[in-house]
Design a protein around this ligand. Structure first.
Ligand SMILES: [Zn+2]
Length: 368
C-alpha cells in the first residue's frame, strides 16, 4: 500500500483499542455479516485491499493468507501480509488550517473541524475500532471537547462503520436521507440523527457548509463538507485522487457524477485544499476533482468505443486496460469492474451494480 504523500504528520500512538462498552462486538459481527454475503474465496491482495474492503469483497481468512483473483476467479497471487496489516489502525493526521484536520484512516479519508459547540467529525472510520482510534486521535489534537456532529458523506461501509461509535459519544449523525434511512435502525438508543441535504454550521469565521449536490453520483447520497473561508473541501467519494474510483454502486449515475464534479469546479466551491474520499494525498485546487473527472470520462469513452467494436464484456481484461491509471491505488480489479459497468451503460443496459455492504446496515437487534 502506498504511503500518504505530502505533509505526513503521523500520530505517535495510532493504535488504540476500542473503549469498554463502545460498540462492543461490532467488528466481529460485522466481519461475519460481510462473510455471509461474499464468497470466502474472493480475497484480494494488499494492493487491492483498500478498495476491495470498501466493496465488501474481503473476508480475511483464518489462515492469515490473502488470495488475489481476477474476474473469472483465477488465482493471481497470495499475500500473507494482509491479515497482519488488518490488525492495526493506522491514522495519519494532516492539520490543514487552524481547527481543521484531515486524517487518513488506513484507506479512507476522515476529518474534523473544531467548532465553538464541539467537534464536527467528517466520516467516523471504517469500523468501530478505527472510529475509537479516530476519536482518541481527535482528543489528542483538539482536547476533550464534545463530539457534536458526525457528517456521513456516503452510505458505503467504509464511511458508516464508525457511526455507532460517534453516536454513542454524543455526536448527532447528519447524512443524506437515503443514508439516514439505512442507518437509523442501527443507531444506539438515545442517538440523534438528521437527514440533511443542505446545512450551514459554525460561526462566520469557520463556516461549514454541508451539501448534497442534487444528483445521484458515486452513490445516491454523497455529501460534501466545504469551508468557504478556509477554502477547504472534504469531497467524500465524489473525489478520488491517485486512486481508481468505485463506479459500481447500484445508484451510480455517470451523468450525475460529472455534473456534481462540474459544480465542485465552480468558484462556489473554490478550494486550496481538497480532501478526497480515497486516494494517496490531499490535493490543491481542483486537482482531485479533475483526476476523478478524467478517469470517469476516459473509462466511459473506452467502454463506449469497445461497444462499437463489438468487444465482449467477458473479455474485459483483454480490452479494458487504461494504462494511465494502472499504477494507482485499487486499479486491479476495481477498474475492470468499472469498465464492465460502463460497457453495459454504453450499451443502454441497466445493471443493478454490486451490492455495497454499507448500504445494508446491521439492525439494532444484532447489537444488543
Ligand atoms: Zn468511500
Amino acid at each position: 500500500m502506498r504511503r500518504t504523500e505530502g505533509h505526513l504528520d503521523r500520530d505517535p500512538n495510532p493504535a488504540v483499542s476500542p473503549k469498554p462498552g463502545m460498540a462492543a462486538g461490532f467488528p466481529a459481527r460485522y466481519t461475519y455479516w460481510v462473510s455471509i454475503r461474499m464468497p470466502r474465496s474472493v480475497i484480494l491482495s494488499l494492493s487491492a485491499a483498500a478498495a476491495a474492503l470498501a466493496a465488501g469483497l474481503i473476508v480475511p481468512p483464518a489462515s492469515g493468507q490473502a488470495v488475489r483473483q481476477d474476474l473469472s476467479g483465477r488465482v493471481l497471487q497470495f499475500d500473507r501480509t494482509m491479515a497482519a496489516h488488518d490488525s492495526t489502525v493506522d491514522i495519519q493526521v494532516h492539520p490543514i488550517r487552524p481547527g481543521v484536520y484531515a486524517a487518513k484512516n488506513r484507506f479512507v479519508w476522515n476529518g474534523w473541524v473544531v467548532l465553538p459547540e464541539g467537534i464536527l467529525v467528517i466520516d467516523g472510520g471504517y469500523d468501530a475500532r478505527s472510529a475509537a482510534a479516530l476519536a482518541d486521535t481527535i482528543r489528542a489534537r483538539s482536547g476533550n471537547r464534545p463530539f457534536k456532529y458526525l457528517v456521513v458523506t456516503s452510505g458505503h461501509v467504509e464511511h458508516v462503520g464508525g457511526v455507532r461509535t460517534f453516536a454513542s459519544l454524543g455526536a448527532r449523525v447528519l447524512a443524506h436521507p437515503t443514508v439516514i434511512a439505512a442507518l437509523r435502525d442501527s443507531l444506539p438508543a438515545g442517538a440523534t440523527s438528521r437527514a440533511e441535504t443542505s446545512l450551514v454550521l459554525g460561526p462566520p469565521e469557520r463556516r461549514v457548509l454541508v451539501r448534497w449536490l442534487g444528483h445521484p453520483a458515486n452513490s445516491a447520497g454523497d455529501l460534501i463538507v466545504y469551508l468557504p473561508r478556509q477554502r477547504v473541501l472534504f469531497a467524500g467519494d465524489l473525489a478520488w485522487y491517485r486512486s481508481v474510483p468505485w463506479l459500481v454502486d447500484s445508484a451510480f449515475d455517470y451523468k450525475g457524477w460529472i455534473a456534481a464534479l462540474d459544480t465542485l469546479l465552480t468558484p462556489r466551491f473554490a478550494a486550496d485544499s481538497l480532501v478526497p474520499g480515497h486516494g494517496t494525498a490531499i490535493t490543491s485546487g481542483g486537482e482531485g476533482i479533475i483526476f476523478t473527472r478524467r478517469y470517469l470520462t476516459e473509462a466511459y469513452d473506452l467502454a463506449k468505443s469497445r461497444v462499437s467494436w463489438n468487444a465482449q464484456v467477458k473479455d474485459v481484461y483483454g480490452w479494458g486496460e487504461l494504462g494511465a491509471y494502472e499504477e494507482y491505488e485499487s486499479y486491479d480489479p476495481i477498474h475492470f469492474y468499472n469498465v464492465r459497468r460502463l460497457y453495459m451503460l454504453a450499451k443502454g443496459i441497466k445493471t443493478p451494480g454490486r451490492a455495497r455492504a454499507g448500504m445494508v446496515v446491521p439492525k439494532r437487534d444484532a447489537h444488543p
